[in-house]
Every structure is written in C-alpha cells, then in structure tokens.
Design a protein around this ligand. Sequence first.
Ligand code: HEC
Ligand code: HEC
Length: 426
Amino acid sequence: MLFLLLASALVSPQTATGEALFYRQWQLPIAGQVKLGPLYNAGSCAACHINNGRGQPPIDGQSDPSFVLRFSIAPQNEAQRMGLALEEYASVADPRYGRQLQDKAIDGVGEGRLLVEYRDKPYKLDDGEVVILHRPVYSLDNLKKGPLHNNVQISARIAQPLHGIGLLAAIRDEDILSAEDPRDKNKDGVSGRANLVRDVVSGKTVLGRFGWKATQPNLRQQVAAAFAQDIGISSSLLPQTGQGCNDDSADCLATNSKPANAEKIEISDDELRLTTQFVSRFRAYQSGAGMKFGTERIGEKLFSETGCISCHRESYKITIKDADGKAKAGTIYPYSDFLLHDMGAGLADHRPVAQASGWEWRTQPLWGIGNAEEINGNKFFLHDGRARTITEAILWHGGEARRARAKFSALSKMQRLALVEFVRGL
Ligand code: HEC
Ligand code: HEC
C-alpha cells in the first residue's frame, strides 16, 4: 500500500543524511564554524516539530521553541508598495525586528520575550451548555532593539504537524484551484480562494500551499524558509542571513546578519534537498477509506450536513514516485481544500501576507488530529494553539464558517459527540 511504501523508504541510506539534518543541533560547530543564528528560535527542526507533530504556545510565561511570532507593517512608502505589488516580498518587515521575533541569539540575548495570557470567552450552545473558550493576549518584554513599529501587525503560530506532508505536496495544483469560489457563486456562504506567492527559484507567482496562510509554494522553499527564519541558516534559495529584514532597514540588518567573513550560503543545495526529501517521507496517519459503523457513520453524515466538508475536503487522487522511482497512484484523505477562508474576527490576526488578508487562514488538514496527544502530548489546535479541544476549535470558526458553527451549535449533545468522534478518527 502507498503509505507503507513511504514508511519503508525511510531506511534508505540517502534519507539517513536528511534525517541527520532534521535532527542536527545547529548550535554545535561544524568544521569550526557555528552556522546557527546569530538570531534564531530553535537549534533544530526537531525541537519544534517534536515527533513530527504539532507545537505548543508558550505556557506560564515561558518562551517555547515550538511557536513563532511574525511581524509586519503596512507599506510606508512607494518603494514598499511596489515591492508588495510586484510580489518581491509577501509583507513589509518591522524596521528593527524583521519578520519574526527571534527570541534566542548565539550571544545569549534574543530579541525579546513573548508572553501570552488567556481571557475566558464563554460560548453558549443552543441546548444551553456553555463552553469556555480562551482567547490569547500577547505581550512582549525585554525588547532588545527598542520598540516595535507603532503599527506593527503580529501573527502567532504553533508549529504545524508534518505527517503526510509529502503526500500533500503531490496534490496537483489544478485539483486545489478547481475548488476556488472567490465570489461564492454556489451561494453556500463559503468562498475559498488560493493564496498566490513568489516561487523564489523561478521568480514566478504560483499557488501557495504550506504554512497556516499558505505562503510557501513548495516543500523545498518551505524548508529553506524554516532554515532561514527559525534557525538562522542561509541557503542558495534565501542567501541573505538577514533576509527577514527589508533591504533598506540598516537597523534590522545590522543585528540579523552574520559577520562579513561568515559563509554566505550555510547549507548546500544537496543538504536542502536531503532535508526536504526526509520531511516529504513522513508517514501520514491514515484512515477514512474503510467501512464505517455506528456513531462514526452518524458523525460522518453530520460532518457533511453541517458543512464542514465545504472546506475540509475529503480526498485527492495523487501520484507519487516510490523509492525505485516508479510512479504509484493512490487516494489520500487529508480533509482540506488548501484554500484561504475568511474565518471571522475571532481568529483574525489582522496581518495580511501575500494575497491572504488578516482574516483569512488556510483550511488545516484534519487527518491525524485525534493522534495529537499520543504523538507528542501537544493537544493545541488552530494556528496559535488556543483551542484545547476539537469542540473549542469548531466554536472559534466564524466568517465563512459561521453557518457550520451555527449548525454544530444546534446539534444535540449526542450528535456533537458523534461529530467530534468522527473528526478524531480522521
Ligand atoms: C521555531 C520553531 C520551528 C522550527 C525550528 C522549525 N519549524 Fe517548521 N514550522 C513552524 C511553524 C510555526 C510553522 C507554520 C508556519 C507558518 O504558518 O507560516 C511551520 C511549518 C512547517 C512546514 C509546513 C507545514 C504545513 O502543513 O504547511 C514544514 C514542511 C516545516 N515547518 C518544516 C520544517 C523544517 C524542515 C525545519 C528545519 C529546517 C523546521 N520546520 C523548523 C515552526 C518551526
Ligand atoms: C469556511 C471553511 C471552513 C469550514 C466550513 C469549517 N472549517 Fe474547520 N478550519 C478551517 C480553517 C481555515 C481552519 C484553520 C483556522 C485557524 O487555524 O485559525 C480550520 C481548522 C479546524 C480545526 C483545527 C485543526 C488543527 O489542526 O488545529 C478543526 C478541528 C476543524 N477546523 C474542524 C471543523 C469542523 C468539525 C467543521 C464543521 C462543523 C469545520 N471545521 C468547518 C476552515 C473551515
């Protein structure tokens, strides 16, 4: 079967190097040079993607590595407006801090510390039951380079689970684009649209697929961006170590760039390829395809009747290459349309990036969601990990998903349980 096949590919000698790169502690010198940083969030991919699963928000005032805080500002001048219009960059960086808070640095003093506090937000279901949601409020202290820009926009994100990511990369662009309905022609209240982003290799504007707002077009670029932003390691795709800055921002570049004698490109194209290949072979937690019984069948019916399925699209036919380079066809069940949806004020980060507005998010695949806790203990849902249960995650759905939430809210307790149980089994 397709998925067993991918798992067995993990033991080939080539991927062993990719594996080493994914787990490498970059704080250790390599041939006498420390490649990490100077600013960074974590010393390895695996520190955030623990067991390839999801991350967690900072808890009890502690900065946690499996979480990032993005920054940007509205364009301030003609050059920046042009930069955005021509898609040279997806957002304008904060003049001092760049596009991401790096809370660690090789000299020991990171850019600042992120604190999160939660405020209770009760949600009353139609049958009178009250669910207490909690809304995050972020603040920063110990800001190393002075204040952030007056109108800084921030976006908080937990690390995404990586299971089956190579299978998601194999979905054909046309299959995603054919479900776009930006003007809601079918009048179902749901109007998904694609994010369009810059492919830094071809220079072309293409479909965005990875990240909570679909800002990365392919796995290789996503991995290069993770090396650059999260670990502070440059590649031929993103050669400037200060790449989180705008070109004209001397303040930001001064602290984000490495000394002049450092290597310009810190991981080779081969290393980038091997890391990408390793990541792309992570096994998916697969189910969905078989027969369903009892509550599961009721849950599935409710999933479709409440309209979850309009965004959490069930399946795709894909073709991948096996370890011997032979093409294999199969069906995957990720439960996402990979399109952007306005999710309402409750989830909005008010930080546009590429074509995505401050209200839009990419539909997160639901496969494997019921395994979150078993994978690494992190049972935190939605982009910033604010939801502690699947029910909480559903009740945060607003905007285009408002109708689905209202229908969920109107279900009986038994029906809600059946629906959540179905989602846990995906
Ligand atoms: C500091 C924590 C952190 C580190 C270190 C990190 N990541 Fe991530 N990763 C994230 C976050 C947060 C996201 C979501 C990013 C977004 O929304 O733009 C993410 C997203 C991804 C995705 C896209 C998943 C999807 O469903 O679209 C991939 C692939 C990925 N990371 C791979 C890697 C690799 C490979 C490395 C090491 C080179 C790495 N990450 C290092 C936090 C991290
Ligand atoms: C209009 C599109 C849309 C509809 C309809 C919709 N969702 Fe979602 N769903 C999303 C988006 C977009 C996200 C990511 C939001 C975020 O992270 O802020 C998401 C996230 C989730 C998550 C959290 C996933 C994770 O890994 O953190 C769950 C659970 C979920 N949806 C379940 C449901 C269920 C159940 C329904 C039906 C009652 C539903 N959704 C209806 C678009 C939709």
